[in-house]
Design a protein around this ligand. Structure first.
Ligand code: PLP
Length: 457
């Protein structure tokens, strides 16, 4: 094992972190996380932090669970690897069966991947091949929303709606068509009203018509959209989206890479908002992060042409998709969800989370607090009364120069992000309760009071 200083030197020399500023990391200390326990993580100096983002919306049941480590060891000892290419193995079969039972409506069949971007790309490819198989070969385009994040590999990036992480790779082919985000706080149509007009949902129809319905395969929507700042769907949004998709024969794909597995208090986010998707993409929380796994859940309606025709197989596969060890730990993770009654914990404590954050509303820099379940975003503004926007430099200075380092100093790990307007995103492990929420509320109160003062100063 390398000592702390050696680890730091080796990290600077050899590690290329994701979305990390290599140049900055050469001259500043890279935080190195060494262990985790429940909702807390520890760094190389032994200092502890509340994991306010569940790693990356992943560690639903918390860190350091011996049951999950044991399930992985047991599976590694019996069958560490075999592909699902024409074969099956026990953990994948059992897990597919269990997910099919939990999934809403007629969704009953699972195609496994190793993560979320692959799940999104697999769903897109499946939609395209499905339409070819049923004699609608023109349908290949997809629609997604402004600001939405659906992954970073080239196909998933085409669906992602964040210019700041896409433009550097242009041209990305084939790009998804972007529809409006339900963002009432800054909506030109309904920010001044007490209710969303659902113009954002109707925008999906406008895009389909503009492209030509016969060319559109699918619409990708997150139940509650993470990127841009925790957008909860307004009442009626998904009912309208479903209606539009049905009217034009387009598939509705619910990207639940974050929102499944209890984040919103249900197994799936679509259950929380009561809509029936044609496909669900999932990843992250299915294993609580103890191993990488993702997938697409579909119905035999979509599998129909593949079930009926010996010459048609889905032309897609991944060496590690549905890895036996990952599937085994996913099964143990779902057992733990039942044992700890994780969904009920979220349902019971989401109001406690709201209450802990409520005092932040009195601070001048806090524009709006949005969210659901154990998933919140706090949008910051330089002027609450006018909902003014930060200019780029000011927003960056505030987040990178003050908010992020101060939260870290005070022992809170979460995300301060400026991919849309500056927001602080919170998604703590689903085992949290009043004590953890008080901690989060207190740290944020201190940091955002200082941030408010820095604006006036
Ligand atoms: N879809 C959504 C909604 C996500 O939030 C993410 C990642 O955060 C992805 C897809 C991509 O997942 P991954 O990073 O596992 O490729």
């Amino acid at each position: 094992m390398l000592e702390t200083t050696e680890l730091q030197i080796a990290a600077k020399r050899s590690l290329w972190g994701h979305f990390s500023r290599l140049s900055v990391q050469q001259r500043t200390e890279i935080p190195i996380i060494t262990r985790g326990e429940g909702a807390w993580i520890y760094d190389q100096h032994g200092k502890r932090y509340l994991d306010g983002l569940s790693g990356l919306f992943v560690v639903q049941v918390g860190h350091g669970r011996p049951e999950l480590a044991e399930a992985m060891a047991k599976q590694s000892n019996s069958l560490a690897y075999f592909p699902l290419w024409t074969f099956g193995h026990e953990p994948a079969i059992e897990l597919a069966d269990r997910l099919a039972k939990l999934a809403p409506g007629d969704l009953n069949r699972v195609f496994f991947t190793t993560g979320g971007s692959e799940a999104v790309e697999s769903a897109w490819k499946l939609a395209v091949q499905y339409f070819r198989a049923i004699g609608q070969p023109g349908r290949h385009k997809v629609i997604s929303r402004n600001l939405a994040y659906h992954g970073t590999t080239m196909g998933a990036l085409a669906i992602t709606g964040l210019p700041s992480i896409k433009n550097v790779f242009d041209p990305i082919l084939p790009p998804a068509i972007k529809a409006a985000t339900p963002y009432q706080y800054r909506c030109r149509d309904c920010a001044h009203l007490d209710r969303c007009t659902l113009r954002c949902a109707d925008d999906i129809e406008d895009r389909i018509l503009m492209e030509g319905p016969e060319s559109v395969a699918a619409v990708f929507l997150e139940p509650m959209q993470n990127a841009g700042g925790g957008f909860v769907p307004p009442p009626g949004y998904f009912e309208r989206a479903r209606e539009i998709c049905d009217q034009y024969g387009v598939l509705l794909i619910s990207d639940e890479v974050i929102c499944a597995f209890g984040r919103l208090g249900e197994w799936f986010g679509s259950q929380r908002y009561d809509y029936q998707p044609d496909m669900i993409t999932f990843a992250k929380g299915v294993t609580s992060g103890y191993a990488p796994l993702g997938g697409v859940i579909v119905s035999d309606r979509i599998a129909g042409p593949f079930l009926e025709n010996d010459d048609t197989s889905f032309m897609h596969g991944l060496t590690f998709g549905g890895h036996p060890v990952a599937c085994a730990v996913a099964l143990a993770n779902l057992d733990l969800f039942d044992k700890l009654d994780v969904l009920e914990n979220v349902r019971t404590n989401m109001a406690t989370f709201d209450a802990a954050l409520a005092p932040l509303n009195d601070l001048p820099i806090v524009g709006e607090i949005r969210g659901d379940g154990f998933f919140r975003a706090i949008e910051l503004t330089p002027d609450k009364s006018t909902k003014a926007l930060f200019d780029d430099a000011e927003g960056k200075r505030l987040l990178a120069g003050l908010v992020s380092p101060r939260m870290w100093e005070l022992g809170l790990y979460c995300r301060a992000d400026d991919r849309g307007e500056p927001v602080i995103t919170l998604a703590p492990p689903l085992i949290c309760g009043p004590e953890e929420f008080d901690f989060i509320g207190n740290v944020l109160h201190t940091v955002l009071t200082e941030a408010s003062a820095s604006l006036r100063g």
